[in-house]
Write a protein that binds this ligand. Structure first.
Ligand SMILES: [Zn+2]
Length: 62
């Protein structure tokens, strides 16, 4: 399991990377936000981007 710290676009919580029979997905540990990784990157759906430097695909802890 991989963790993306503070990567949740909704609550800035920690997002875990998991995969099941349907494929990989991302789930926020704090608010339960679900995101299929097929939709390319959790930063792509960030609503209120405050100039984050995260490159698409890789999210690092700020
Ligand atoms: Zn969240």
């Amino acid at each position: 399991m991989m963790l993306y710290l503070k990567a949740c676009p909704r609550c800035r919580g920690d997002v875990k990377y998991e995969r099941d029979v349907y494929g990989p997905y991302l789930e926020c540990l704090q608010c339960g936000f679900l995101l299929s990784s097929k939709s390319e990157g959790i930063t792509a759906s960030s609503e209120k981007s405050t100039g984050e430097k995260a490159a698409s695909g890789t999210v690092k802890a700020a």
